[in-house]
Ligand binder design. Structure first.
Ligand SMILES: [Zn+2]
Length: 90
C-alpha cells in the first residue's frame, strides 16, 4: 500500500553502482599485457573479463571481455536499463 520513497530507489541505484565500481577496481588489479579488445578492436592494457551489471541465470552471460571504455559504455547502458526497470516496478 505504501509507495517506496524516491530515496529508496536512489539507495538501490547507489548500491548497484558501488557494486559495479568495486568489481571494476578488482579487475584493474590484473596483469598489464597489451591485449586487443574484442568489442572495439583496439589494443589496450585495460582489457579484462568483467562482471556485467546483469543477473542472467546463465552466469557466463553476466561476464564480458573488453576494454574499460567498452565496459563503461555497457555499464552505463545497463544502469539505464535497471533505472527504467526500477521505475517501472516501484
Ligand atoms: Zn573496447
Amino acid at each position: 500500500m505504501s509507495q517506496p520513497s524516491e530515496e529508496c530507489i536512489e539507495d538501490a541505484i547507489r548500491h548497484m553502482h558501488e557494486r559495479a565500481f568495486r568489481r571494476l577496481f578488482h579487475r584493474y588489479q590484473g596483469t598489464e599485457q597489451p591485449k586487443r579488445c574484442p568489442l572495439c578492436g583496439r589494443y589496450g592494457k585495460d582489457i579484462f573479463k568483467r562482471r556485467k551489471n546483469t543477473e542472467y541465470n546463465d552466469e557466463e552471460s553476466n561476464w564480458v571481455t573488453g576494454c574499460g571504455e567498452c565496459y563503461q559504455a555497457m555499464e552505463d547502458y545497463y544502469t539505464e536499463l535497471w533505472a527504467e526497470y526500477y521505475a517501472s516496478v516501484l
